[in-house]
Design a protein around this ligand. Structure first.
Ligand code: ADP
Length: 187
């Protein structure tokens, strides 16, 4: 069976992390990509597991060498998806990128075989409830995230699959069916 690169994408709070972590935990033929970053490791974070921690110089050198499928800068730190790690891992397993909408569309340009999956909320109200329920947002970041929502959902037509995360188990089963189906039929 061929292994695929899949982007699981969608607005913040929609359930991407929950879906991806559940799938990774129960299958040994699928892993999550490990990103590179220039930010400092937090307590308990392991190099090569949570991130590949790089110096800024090293990161910039790898941008020059075109080793990132996409990269971005947030709050003064760089984050990127390393092409070499993804390609090496694809020899033995399928790889999921949990990534925002803009990032996933950038990866598609560099890696056209990417299977694009959008996770959408059942409604804007439910998305707000999940973001607030997660307890990770202050008023300001909630506003920023919701401001991006219309743009993100409007990119739907660029995606291969569109899944509404209403019932979590159903959404997980749908993503797994895509992994199995695409893996079987791809050349
Ligand atoms: P993301 O990774 O897309 O930002 P998370 O996986 O952190 O989103 O999910 C946001 C919150 O929504 C979490 O508290 C999670 O437990 C909850 N959640 C995820 N999927 C569902 C669902 N189908 N129904 C209800 N709550 C959900």
């Amino acid at each position: 069976m061929r292994h695929i690169l899949m982007a699981v994408s969608g607005p913040a709070g929609v359930g991407k992390g929950t879906i991806v972590k559940t799938i990774i935990a129960k299958r040994d033929d699928v892993v999550e990509s490990v990103s590179c970053t220039t930010r400092k490791p937090r307590a308990g974070e392991i190099d090569g597991k949570h991130y590949f921690f790089l110096s800024k110089e090293e990161f910039l050198r790898r941008i020059e060498e075109k080793d990132f499928l996409e990269y971005d800068e947030h709050f003064g730190n760089y984050y990127g998806t390393p092409r070499s790690f993804v390609e090496e891992t694809l020899k033995t397993k399928s790889v999921i990128l949990e990534i925002d909408v803009v990032g996933s569309l950038n990866v598609k340009k560099e890696f056209p075989e990417l299977v694009l999956v959008m996770i959408a909320p059942p409604s804007v109200e439910e998305l707000k409830r999940r973001l607030i329920g997660r307890g990770s947002e202050d008023e300001e970041s909630l506003k920023t995230r919701l401001a991006r929502l219309d743009y993100e959902l409007a990119q739907r037509d660029k995606y291969d699959y569109y899944i509404v995360n209403d019932d979590l188990d159903t959404a997980i089963a749908e993503v797994e069916a895509i992994l199995d189906g695409e893996g079987n039929t791809a050349q």
